[in-house]
Ligand binder design. Sequence first.
Ligand code: FAD
Length: 315
Amino acid sequence: MLDCAIIGGGPAGLTAGLYTTRGGLKNVVMYEKGMPGGQITQSSEIENYPGVTGEITGMDLMMPWPEQCQKFGLVHEMVEVERVVRSEAGTFSILRGDGKVDEAVSVIVCTGSTPKRAGFKGEDEFFGRGISTCATCDGFFYKGKEVAVIGGGDTALEEALYLAKICSKVYLVHRRDAFRAAPNTVERMRSTPNIEQVLNAVPDEVYGDAMGVTGLRVKFKDGTTRELDVPGVFVFVGNDVNNAVLKQEDGSFLCKVNDWGQVVVDLSMRTDVPGLFAAGDLRIEAPKQVVCAAGDGATAALQAIAYVDEKGHGQ
Ligand code: FAD
């Protein structure tokens, strides 16, 4: 029986691994289906992790994290977890993709979330080289320049407002002529002079060169097109929360999730199921930043240690 099972090896999972092992839990396994590091390893540059200066890629940032954890005894199993189930005794079964089942006293779920792609030509090719899904992460790279934002929901409008403070102009490309966002957000967007609405239009193709994006062609409902000379395109068309491991055989979730599938936690990263914690991008109101995911992982780990100390350690 493990003291703690950590599902996912991004910034949240790795930090949870560091704190649980260093804090005295004995058998701790981090299940990561790929290489540890999480989604930030796709980023060609990260400038906002405190204390890390100079040009650094997401991969460089995450490289030392697994080794630091292993020093304190964290075991990494490179396997996908299919499901987490709770027994009547209050312990957890970890159903692994390779058919094995592990038992754990506590579980910290850190499986993250995945921004949806809009599906236009060039989007995958230029992802991380001018195409972004995070204004807080990448907006500053376009200071004083023109950018395009794709989407019409709350996130798209909030991010367009954020970018309008940094960039000279924001083209807000939306496939309809009305917005799904909250009325006061729509009002704030409309009264921001450097946001131009490009309505009834969808992205057709993003193009560029070896340096990155140089422009976006949008297509209107009537078939006409327009070229936007922008070096940055921000796509906000939704987010998939990686909560599949919490789905039970009958389709219900092991713990409470909100309408978007985000895991409901309190400020200590506790779910409504004792011994089950969630940290990082998959939780409610996640700021979706590396530093926040790492902070969540530490918070959840401290709670898991307290929980296992009270319940009794695994054998
Ligand atoms: P993730 O990093 O998503 O890690 C989750 C991990 O869980 C993944 O490694 C995944 O393989 C694994 N996993 C999922 N399901 C399973 C399963 N069933 N079994 C086993 N393993 C599983 N943030 C910043 O602070 N600054 C930036 O500049 C910045 N730039 C970014 C640029 C890009 C291109 C991207 C994509 C993101 C960027 N972010 C940035 C956001 C940041 O990467 C995330 O907020 C952060 O990685 C979230 O950490 P996490 O641990 O919650 O989840």
